[in-house]
Design a protein around this ligand. Structure first.
Ligand SMILES: [Zn+2]
Ligand SMILES: [Zn+2]
Length: 223
């Protein structure tokens, strides 16, 4: 636990080997106006993300990857890397999913969804697992159907982020963070630092599967 804290006091200077590693800061959870609940416009994301210290942004609209119709994926002229995924809602929780697909049929049960993502070579992140609305069903984590969880969600109450620490003690999970931005003010409020270069969706999926990131947990932020 202490080691994780030291990571987050300062990603750059407190680790003797940090000069040798690449750190790319990503916001893994961002909604555009394609999500009915979001006011955050795509052009605001693209222009403002670098100013907020972001090297990359994952567009994760609710149950939709239609963003692909409006912007090219990958590196943009301003150096920002844009990756498409989606936040898929199920009765057993919401999942940020990234994989070699551009759309999925709606209404898949969680277990089927997670199996499909895994078999296709993709990766799933349990979003805001302890939020009072649409929490993650713990049995999915216990049964290792989903190994990566959102340890910090920018829209969660403190206690909702803190509760994930209980899972960290019980299960072999890894924690990432995302803003869950629905407005410009929220963009980049929570970031995940990757220790490998990410230029594409494929790179992001590989980095998530290989744990090439620093854990973002409630304790790391509170340190
Ligand atoms: Zn929403
Ligand atoms: Zn969301």
């Amino acid at each position: 636990m202490e080691a994780q804290r030291s990571f987050y006091i300062n990603n750059w200077t407190f680790l003797p080997f940090s000069v040798y590693i690449t750190v790319m800061q990503f916001d893994l959870h961002v909604h555009t106006t394609l999500s009915p609940c979001s006011q955050l416009k795509l052009d605001q994301i693209l222009s403002q993300a670098p100013e907020r210290g972001l090297d990359g942004v994952c567009i994760t609209d609710h149950n939709s990857m239609d963003i692909r119709r409006y912007v090219k994926e990958g590196f943009l002229g301003n150096g920002l890397c844009v990756v498409f995924g989606m936040e898929y809602s199920t009765s057993r929780g919401d999942f940020l999913i990234f994989g070699p697909f551009e759309e999925l049929p709606p209404g898949l049960p969680a277990q089927l969804l997670l199996k499909h993502v895994e078999r296709s070579g993709g990766v799933a992140i349990a979003a805001h697992p302890f939020r009072s609305q649409r929490p993650t069903d713990e049995s999915l984590i216990k049964n290792e159907m989903c190994r990566i969880v959102e340890g910090v969600n920018g829209r969660n109450a403190h206690h909702e982020n803190e509760s994930v620490l209980g899972w960290q003690k019980k299960y072999n999970i890894r924690q990432v963070g995302g803003s869950d931005a629905h407005s410009l003010e929220e963009l980049g409020s929570v970031k995940t630092a990757f220790t490998t270069p990410i230029h594409s969706r494929t790179d992001l999926i590989r980095a998530l599967k290989q744990d090439s990131f620093l854990q973002t947990s409630y304790s790391s932020l509170a340190a």
